[in-house]
Ligand binder design. Structure first.
Ligand SMILES: CC(C)(COP(=O)(O)OP(=O)(O)OC[C@H]1O[C@@H](n2cnc3c(N)ncnc32)[C@H](O)[C@@H]1OP(=O)(O)O)[C@@H](O)C(=O)NCCC(=O)NCCS
Length: 284
């Protein structure tokens, strides 16, 4: 039986602890034998879809973990939850109780954020090694495709060795944000200015984002090989970075300056060998 390894509160600035955001990090490594059992909690359409999914194992583990997380929030059997995709492909639970969530999976790792609070949530996680083989030309091309004009001016001042990391950080922040908005990449990334610095720049958000007070948190995930794995196995991705976007309805901040809006993120690491940090650098 797969059980959560640990649970801790990574950030608590809430005065009355409003509904927390649950962040669950997990891995599909070594879970091949569980797949048939996990598939039994899926709907027919999920079974059809996930059996053809690229990176199938992690997609199945992710959907099963999502069902378990939703089950604890909705107090319903994991297999009894109806999940539908909207026109932009965003999954939503059809339930009597409000539940918001966002999902990401990359290589063998997945992450889910979920809450019963009235929040907009988005999460993205990427393997750091993904951008390492990119040529300088490829980095420049992706920057032109994904960054705003002002972000590119900032990008051009960076050293070549800083550019890949800065690009990936910007990518994950934008993807998390666009998932929280629900449009995904149907909104071009180059239309979303978040800046490239440690402190996200939230002053020029697109119109659909303006009814919300936004927080962008950075996520760093490191996976250490288990004792039985060859320590130098470079084939398994180990280092990931990502972002979490949280939108609070403006009325709820009660006149507080936006960076002071209260949120609590509770972290569950559901696999051995993970170190996870969530960084809130505030915003401009
Ligand atoms: C949402 C989107 C941004 C997916 O991104 P991705 O990096 O491929 O995948 P992730 O694992 O981070 O996220 C996938 C999850 O996002 C969720 N999702 C899909 N569409 C969504 C939307 N419109 N809004 C919010 N969430 C969405 C789903 O839960 C999906 O997982 P599931 O199908 O297993 O449930 C997608 O709209 C898209 O267009 N992807 C293209 C990715 C791309 O071009 N990548 C190049 C990177 S350099």
């Amino acid at each position: 039986m797969h059980a959560p390894m640990n649970r801790e509160t990574v950030m608590s600035r809430a005065r009355d602890d409003p509904e927390p955001i649950l962040l669950t990090i997990f891995s599909a490594l070594g879970r091949e034998a569980e797949i048939p059992r996990l598939l039994t909690m899926f709907s027919e359409s999920e079974r059809a879809r996930f059996s053809q999914h690229h990176g199938r194992e992690n997609a199945v583990v992710t959907r099963a973990t999502l069902r378990q997380v939703l089950s604890s929030l909705l107090r319903t059997e994991p297999g009894g939850i109806v999940i539908e995709n909207d026109a932009h492909g965003r999954p939503r639970a059809v339930a009597r109780r409000r539940v918001e969530f966002s999902v990401t999976h990359t290589a063998h790792v997945g992450a889910i954020i979920a809450t019963t609070g009235r929040l907009a949530l988005g999460i993205d996680l990427e393997w750091r090694g993904r951008v390492k083989p990119w040529t300088d030309d490829a980095v420049a091309r992706m920057a032109r495709r994904c960054l705003t004009t002002d972000e590119r001016t900032e990008f051009d001042t960076l050293r070549d060795d800083e550019k890949r990391n800065a690009f990936l950080r910007a990518w994950t922040r934008k993807e998390a944000f666009l998932k929280a908005l629900g449009t995904g990449l149907t909104t071009p990334m180059r239309h979303v200015h978040l800046g490239l610095g440690d402190i996200p720049d939230l002053r020029q958000l697109p119109a659909p984002a303006q009814g919300w007070a936004w927080r962008l948190l950075d996520l760093d995930v490191r996976h250490t090989p288990a004792a039985c794995e060859p320590a130098g196995d470079t084939a398994v991705p180990r280092d990931f970075l990502g972002a979490i976007a949280v939108g609070l309805p403006r009325g709820r901040t009660g006149g507080l300056a936006e960076p002071e809006a209260d949120i609590t993120v509770r972290l569950t690491i559901d696999a051995p060998g993970f170190e996870v940090s969530v960084t809130d650098s505030g915003s401009r």
